[in-house]
Design a protein around this ligand. Structure first.
Ligand SMILES: Cc1cc2nc3c(=O)[nH]c(=O)nc-3n(C[C@H](O)[C@H](O)[C@H](O)COP(=O)(O)OP(=O)(O)OC[C@H]3O[C@@H](n4cnc5c(N)ncnc54)[C@H](O)[C@@H]3O)c2cc1C
Ligand code: FES
Length: 344
């Protein structure tokens, strides 16, 4: 089976039983996507010819009207034969090469009860170029993959930093917290994703940059922050970090140290399950509510958000009312991998 992509007329092989997006990514065709779980709508594309099925049923990312108009959700759609697809957006935001590489676990560092810092050393002979905000896939047996955002910035690519949240009964993350040790070898593929910092035409006159992280959504936000602060980009930066409790703000001290050095940085941690003593010291509630409360207008802002699908959905639903154009909301939605979602 073959996928032909319009208007480029690029053709790639489609694997039976795998989603169209999985086959495209495996063939290094970096189609627009984010959650890979059928929620965010980023991978919506028009089916010009052929037919697909949805083994997981209909998901939130595609409305009835869009399906009736011939649109498909590439991360969920499984091909039933050759396909011709016109993608919503083909433009590559990155000119980086996607590579499959072995890497060695240099060290593991417990950042919070359920978050592990995982530091990966790439082969010395390999260049690994990525853009701030991108992620990589850790390859598992059978071509399955698990996505993790890169927390280190592009100018510090020697040691790749990941923040891995432990997921109950999760195949890979349980391993990170139990048996994975320094010296172990992992196979990775990357860099991936369109969640990358876009340089404004003129940083001096650009509107505010609002960074919103939910839990380990702090990882790609940290990469963007370090990229901006350490390469001398100076523009107002508003960092909102949502977590359940104080202890879940696992690199709070790291952020606060930057506050003392970079006056353009403002930091708003927000706790959703604050105990009474925490509520006395922190903003409480959901992190998107804090953004809404603080900004009457977001018309000139750019918002970069990463974290659980519910956070991204809340931002998509509420920020346009503050004047934020949807194309100025950049996001990565941390869904589980397609094989895990299928099993659930
Ligand atoms: C673009 C992107 C970037 C991401 N970045 C990060 C990041 O920086 N940090 C981070 O922590 N996470 C990140 N994630 C989320 C991360 O990829 C997932 O948490 C991870 O894939 C979980 O892997 P796992 O193998 O441990 O769990 P999986 O094995 O994939 O399991 C996931 C869930 O499915 C359940 N499940 C599995 N099998 C079954 C079954 N047979 N029956 C019922 N339930 C089942 C598990 O219990 C678990 O709740 C990102 C996701 C995306 C899409
Ligand atoms: S709906 Fe397909 S990538 Fe999010």
């Amino acid at each position: 089976m073959e996928l032909t992509l319009r208007p480029q007329n690029r053709a790639v092989r489609l694997e039976p039983g795998r989603s169209v997006l999985e086959s495209a990514l495996a063939a290094h065709l970096n189609l627009p996507h984010s959650c890979k779980g059928g929620n965010c709508g980023s991978c919506r594309a028009r089916l010009v010819a052929g037919s697909v099925s949805y083994p997981r049923g209909r998901t939130l990312g595609l409305s009835e009207a869009e399906a009736a108009a011939g649109y498909v959700l590439l991360c969920q759609a499984v091909p039933e034969g050759d396909l011709v697809v016109e993608a919503r957006e083909i433009r590559r935001v990155t000119d980086v090469e996607i590579k499959t590489l072995p890497c060695r676990v240099e060290r593991l560092e417990r950042l919070a009860a359920d978050v592990m810092g995982l530091y990966l050393r790439l082969p010395a002979v390999e260049d690994f170029h990525f853009r701030a905000g991108q992620y990589l896939d850790v390859m598992l047996p059978g071509g399955r993959r698990r996505s993790f955002s890169i927390a280190s910035p592009p100018h510090d690519a020697g040691l790749i930093e990941l923040h891995v949240r432990r997921v109950g009964a999760g195949e890979f993350t349980e391993r990170v917290f139990s048996t994975l040790a320094a010296g172990a070898l992992l196979q990775i593929e990357g860099p991936l994703g369109q969640f990358v910092y876009r340089e404004p035409a003129d940083p001096a006159t650009a509107g505010p940059l609002v960074l919103v992280a939910g839990g380990t959504g702090f990882a790609p936000v940290k990469s963007i922050l370090r990229h901006l602060l350490e390469t001398g980009v100076r523009r107002p930066l508003h960092l909102y970090w949502g977590a359940r409790h104080e202890a879940d703000l696992y690199q709070d001290a790291w952020v606060r140290e930057r506050l003392t050095r970079f006056t353009e940085l403002r930091y708003v941690p927000v706790l959703s399950m604050a105990a009474p003593d925490e509520a006395a010291r922190y903003r409480t509630g959901f992190v998107h509510e804090a953004v809404l409360a603080d900004f009457a207008q977001l018309a000139t802002a750019e918002v970069y958000a990463a974290g659980p699908p519910a956070l991204i959905a809340a931002l998509q639903a509420t920020l346009p009312a503050r004047g934020l154009a949807p194309e100025r909301l950049y996001f990565d939605s941390f869904e589980y991998a397609p094989d895990a979602l299928a099993r659930r």
